[in-house]
Design a protein around this ligand. Sequence first.
Ligand code: FES
Length: 173
Amino acid sequence: EGPVRRDFLKLAAGSFAAVGVGVVAWPFINSMNPSQDVLALASTDVELGPIAEGQAVTVMWRGKPVFVRRRTAQEIQEARAVPVGELRDPATDQSRVKQGKDQWLVVLGVCTHLGCVPLGQKPTDDRGAYGGWFCPCHGSHYDTAGRVRRGPAPTNLAIPDYTFTSDTRIRVG
Ligand code: FES
């Protein structure tokens, strides 16, 4: 039982306590179909406090995975160093986060090519050549702003509607 596992358990417990339903960590999504009440949820609250820098959690919202990642300073720096004109789907890093909340990246965990769920949420996952996510289906690479950088995906990972309801909590939807 390493520290990662313990963090996960704490995180899961905290999330369920706060939200009641809808928050799961990545390892369980593969084997779990969202139940009807999860599908029906118009919005999903996510408690951010337990998410450490460099960590990510996956929550289900309207039957789709949403990736919430707390980025490191280096990941933010890398995303901002990219000349926007070189991107397939040009977008600044700033346009993909909420103002003053640079650490928090919230994207739909659905590859824009054919809809697979990209890897990169687990610490042991392949995050691809740009440190964000890697879609194993046909090899799309996404960077630390969720922008497509290589492979067949036509557009960046989509950003769902969400708002900060407090300093440590967001509501998706
Ligand atoms: Fe992701 Fe094809 S579905 S690369």
